[in-house]
Design a protein around this ligand. Structure first.
Ligand SMILES: C[C@H](O)[C@H](O)[C@H]1CNC2=NC(N)=NC(=O)C2=N1
Length: 96
């Protein structure tokens, strides 16, 4: 298990991944779509990617908006695994 990052380390992650924000101890980013079906298609692609990586985002789906939250539940904070996943998600899904 990787150890949770401190505030300075998280700040560096946010600088390197400007689409992501820190909220409630998680890295979060929102994607918006034309409709619910498109949002769900996105969620399913995220699920495949997450399963392959063995690291699973918290997912909040509201009609055509999806917010992904990254935190390492086992470490009780944000780890390098979350930073890597943020990077991967932004590369795979640059915009909605
Ligand atoms: C065994 C397996 O690696 C763990 O259960 C993983 C799976 N995916 C996970 N995802 C997230 N976000 N946090 C975890 O602690 C976590 N644990």
């Amino acid at each position: 298990m990787k150890k949770a990052m401190d505030a300075d380390e998280i700040k560096d992650v946010l600088k390197a991944n400007p689409e992501w924000n820190l909220k409630d101890g998680k890295l979060i980013r929102k994607w918006s779509f034309k409709d619910f079906i498109q949002a769900m298609a996105f969620v399913n692609r995220v699920a495949t990617l997450a399963e392959a990586a063995g690291h699973h985002p918290d997912i909040d789906i509201r009609y055509n908006h999806v917010v992904l939250g990254l935190v390492s539940h086992d470490a009780g904070g944000i780890t390098q695994r979350d930073a890597s996943m943020a990077n991967k998600l932004s590369k795979e899904f640059p915009t909605a």
